[in-house]
Design a protein around this ligand. Structure first.
Ligand SMILES: Nc1ncnc2c1ncn2[C@@H]1O[C@H](COP(=O)(O)OP(=O)(O)OP(=O)(O)O)[C@@H](O)[C@H]1O
Length: 257
């Protein structure tokens, strides 16, 4: 039965010195879906991501990838399986060019990322693939720019390109539109839609308009536990969700942050 889910958690729990940040979460991510994890501040979304990628050890419960437990695997082993978290901006080398950053990401699966400066010729062979990835996120013309000089929205697009370089089967996106203006948000929504073709995406996202446009399924977390689940219409009509977001049963979920 679990085979239809590419990623699943069972009773996933994280306690920080007696405080339960993630409380018996059963998450079921269907292959090919764009699945959102939403919830008010402090609901446990980031902690769930950290558990899935083993940035944090699990207190209790299981994590399954294609039906097999990965709960005792290390972060790099999980990434090699194809469960890849988008690199945070801080993980991108700011003084390298945009193209160089993607080339470094392409080197990661080969396990020699720290020798990139020694192999200029080898790296040049990766240029074509790196350019392809940059074109796919609309950064082709920025290839030779120094990364630090990119506008914020473009940096997030670069983050997506470096994530795609890892050839993820399941891509974990942590607030991909955070801090963006409307124009960038619309562009990133299109990029995610494109990048999601042929893969599964699990994303933490505060912008509910983004969630409504992109996601097949939404899991709402509140105080570490699953509060509601379903498509956008179902979840946004749920009084418990409205209450958790706005502190009032009558408040609109749409537009909440
Ligand atoms: N390392 C830690 N030690 C102690 N408590 C933690 C730790 N990490 C998270 N928490 C607590 O766990 C709870 C869930 O935090 P988490 O960051 O996962 O929420 P979130 O839903 O991602 O919130 P936000 O939307 O604000 O990013 C919070 O109460 C937080 O203070």
């Amino acid at each position: 039965m679990s085979q239809e889910f590419v990623l699943e958690t069972r009773g996933l729990t994280k306690e920080f010195r007696g405080f339960t940040a993630v409380d018996s979460v059963d998450l079921q991510v269907t292959e090919g879906h764009i699945h959102a994890l939403i919830g008010p501040n402090g609901a446990g979304k980031t902690t769930v991501f950290n558990l899935l990628t083993k940035y944090l050890p699990v207190t209790r419960g299981d994590i399954l990838y294609r039906g097999k437990s990965i709960v005792s695997m290390k972060s790099n082993e999980i990434a090699r399986l194809g469960l890849v978290r988008s690199f945070q901006i801080s993980a991108v080398f700011p003084h390298m060019t945009v193209l160089e950053n993607v080339r470094v990401a392409l080197q990661r699966p080969m396990g020699n990322s720290f020798h990139f400066w020694k192999h200029e010729k080898v790296l040049n062979q990766l240029n074509d693939r790196a350019m392809e990835l940059l074109e796919s996120v609309g950064l082709g013309e920025y290839a030779d720019n120094v990364t630090v000089e990119l506008p914020y929205g473009r940096k997030r697009a670069l983050e997506l390109a470096t994530t795609l370089a890892m050839e993820p089967t399941v891509m974990l996106l942590d607030e991909p539109t955070q801090g963006m203006g409307h124009e960038d948000v619309d562009r990133v929504v299109e990029l995610i839609r494109k990048a999601a073709k042929g893969r599964t995406v699990l994303m933490v996202e505060h912008n509910l308009s983004v969630v409504s446009k992109l996601c097949d399924k939404i899991t709402v977390l509140a105080r570490g536990a699953v509060l509601a689940e379903g498509d956008y219409a179902t979840v946004s009509a749920n009084p418990k969700v409205r209450e958790a977001y706005m502190g009032s049963e009558h408040a609109e979920v749409q537009g909440a942050h």
